[in-house]
Design a protein around this ligand. Structure first.
Ligand code: GZL
Ligand code: ZN
Length: 340
């Protein structure tokens, strides 16, 4: 994902939004002294945010939702929240309802990368700023949102791939000189699924003995990971590594591997992304071999960005979240303090 927005362009957008807001306020004689533009919230200083969440598909998403809701409450931001059950049409409908309600700011995690331009144009026309959080959109028009707060998913894929390159010999459980990898992909078309696959594939090229022999979406769910792993194991008894785009699918794969009479973490090495508590517990128990963290606690940064954006202040066009990686030993040490 290439980030094209420039700070200069942002200040121009911010400035025009302020002047447009001032014109609208004087035109409609709105005497609200809050500085909110005409399309913003009510007469008081409080900010109203419309948040369109992806769904509740994984432990990561649950932690992300809690972080957003707790942070809004802590900051006195009125939060209108919807769960789209993983459907883009539901997210689009939620954004449209927030536009109708004239919220001050809209934030959402796009379930997939494409198909957002029309509704984001409507938010722009209504002079309501939009913040992307967690996942990104693949749009030509980067004036449609103020900023994108979230992880670098390509880097996450690269870190997963690098661990396998560094541990290739140990991963060759069959001793046949090749590393037979299957990939459990996230939701089809979602930025984390596309980018984690891209980062992993480019990194394992360094080790020609590593081959991804099968790849299929498990939709970021535990059950999805289990079902796909069951079908892979039925057709291939030589699988040596699972690369799952999130912990939940990796945990589902563990159930399938154990049901097939194999030992996860030994007969079949498992690499996942997220580092939620259940994943970290399996890592500490030796059933998962390596986890790349993807931080869901985006709430505080999101509320800070929202206040700046509503006030017409300049914000960085891209805010990358801090995160790390965990081995089995590191998981044992980190688990007691894990927030999610
Ligand atoms: C990543 C996030 C992904 C998580 C999954 O930022 O969008 O969606 O990795 C979640 O667990 O379902
Ligand atoms: Zn092998």
């Amino acid at each position: 994902m290439i980030w094209r927005k420039t700070v200069a362009k942002k200040s121009l957008i911010a400035a025009s939004a302020i002047s447009l807001g001032a014109v609208l306020l004087s035109a409609c004689g709105d005497d609200s002294d809050s500085g909110n533009d005409a399309a913003g919230g009510g007469g008081d200083d409080s900010i109203t945010m419309g948040f369109a969440q992806v769904g509740a598909e994984s432990g990561w998403r649950t932690a992300n939702t809690k972080s957003v809701q707790d942070s809004a409450k802590a900051e006195g931001i009125e939060l209108k929240f919807t769960d789209a059950q993983g459907k883009q049409e539901n997210q689009i409908a939620a954004i449209r309802s927030y536009i109708q309600q004239k919220v001050d700011v809209i934030a959402f995690s796009p379930v997939v990368e494409t198909g957002w331009d029309a509704v984001l144009q409507e938010a722009k026309a209504a002079n309501i700023p939009v913040i992307l959080t967690d996942r990104a959109v693949d749009s030509e028009d980067d004036s449609l949102y103020e900023t994108f707060l979230g992880s670098d998913f390509v880097l996450e894929g690269e870190q997963a791939g690098q661990w396998l390159v560094d541990n290739a010999a140990d991963a060759d459980a069959n001793g046949d000189g090749t590393i037979n990898v299957i990939q459990l992909e996230g939701t089809t078309g979602a930025a984390p699924a596309l980018d984690r696959a891209e980062g992993f594939a480019s990194t394992i090229e360094a080790e020609p003995t590593i081959e991804v022999t099968a790849s299929q979406t498990g939709d970021f769910t535990r059950d999805g990971g289990k079902q796909v792993m069951e079908s892979f194991l039925q057709s291939d008894d030589t699988i040596e590594v699972v690369y799952a785009h999130n912990d939940d699918m990796g945990l589902g794969a563990i159930e399938a591997i154990e049901a097939a009479g194999k030992t996860p973490g030994q007969d079949v090495k498992i690499i996942t992304v997220d580092a939620v508590k259940d994943g970290m517990t399996a890592l500490a128990e030796g059933k998962i071999n390596f986890i790349v963290e993807c931080n869901p606690l985006l709430g505080p940064q999101l509320m800070d960005l929202a206040k700046k954006v509503v006030a017409g202040e300049e914000v960085e066009p891209r805010v990358v979240t801090e995160e790390t990686t965990f081995t089995q030993e590191q998981a044992k040490a980190a688990l007691p303090d894990r927030q999610y």
